[in-house]
Design a protein around this ligand. Sequence first.
Ligand SMILES: Cc1cc2nc3c(=O)[nH]c(=O)nc-3n(C[C@H](O)[C@H](O)[C@H](O)COP(=O)(O)O)c2cc1C
Length: 199
Amino acid sequence: MSIAPLNILAVVGSLHRGSVTRVVIAYVAKRLRAEGCLVDVLDFEKEPLALYNPDTAHDLPGYAELQARVERADVVILGTPDYHGGISGATKNFLDHFWHEFAGKLFATIVASHEKGLTVTDQLRTVARQCYAWTLPYGVSFTEEVDVNGEEIVNDDFKERLDMLIRDARVYGEVLARQRRADLTATEPGFLARHRKEA
Ligand SMILES: Cc1cc2nc3c(=O)[nH]c(=O)nc-3n(C[C@H](O)[C@H](O)[C@H](O)COP(=O)(O)O)c2cc1C
C-alpha cells in the first residue's frame, strides 16, 4: 500500500508576531511540499484556538474542521518556543484538544530555545507517549538570531539538522502511516486495535 501523498500537519506553537518558530515551520513546510508531501500549516496566530474546555470543545465554531485536519495528518510536526523550560501554552492547548487523532502517528519536534530546549523536547515526547504517538528518536532545537535572523535561516549547521528531520519525517512517516492503516483494518491485537471503527 503506497502512502502518496503523505499528509503532514505542521504546527506553529507561538503566537508571537515575529516568531522564529513560524519561520522554521514555513521553511520545513516548503521543503516537504517540494518533496511531494501535502502540508497543512496550523498557525494559532492566524487561527486562534480557544482554551481547551472538555465541556465545550466540540461545540467550538470550526472544531469539526480542525479535528478533520488533525485526523487527516500522517505526521505532526510540532514547533514550539521554550517557555520556562516547557512547551508554550499555545502548543499545550492544541495538544490538549486531541489525543485519539494522534495515535499511531509520527511527531517530529522543533524547539526555539536559548538552552537547547531539552526539557521542552522531553515534554513533547511525554505527550506523544500518552497519546500513543511515535516520535523521531531526536528533536531539533535552534536559537533565535544565531540560527534564524528575520525571515532567514542563517546557520548551515541548523539547516543540516533540518535536512535530517525533513528526510526522517517523510521516510519514517510513510513507514508508520502504512503500518497504521494496515493495523486499523487488521484483526490482530496491537495498540491500534482500540482505534478500529466498528464494522
Ligand atoms: C514567557 C517566556 C518564557 C521563556 N522562557 C525561556 C526559557 O526558559 N529558556 C529559554 O531558552 N528561552 C526562553 N524564552 C525565550 C524564547 O524561547 C525564545 O525567545 C524563542 O526564540 C521564542 O520563539 P518564537 O519567536 O517562535 O516565539 C522565553 C520566552 C518567553 C516569552
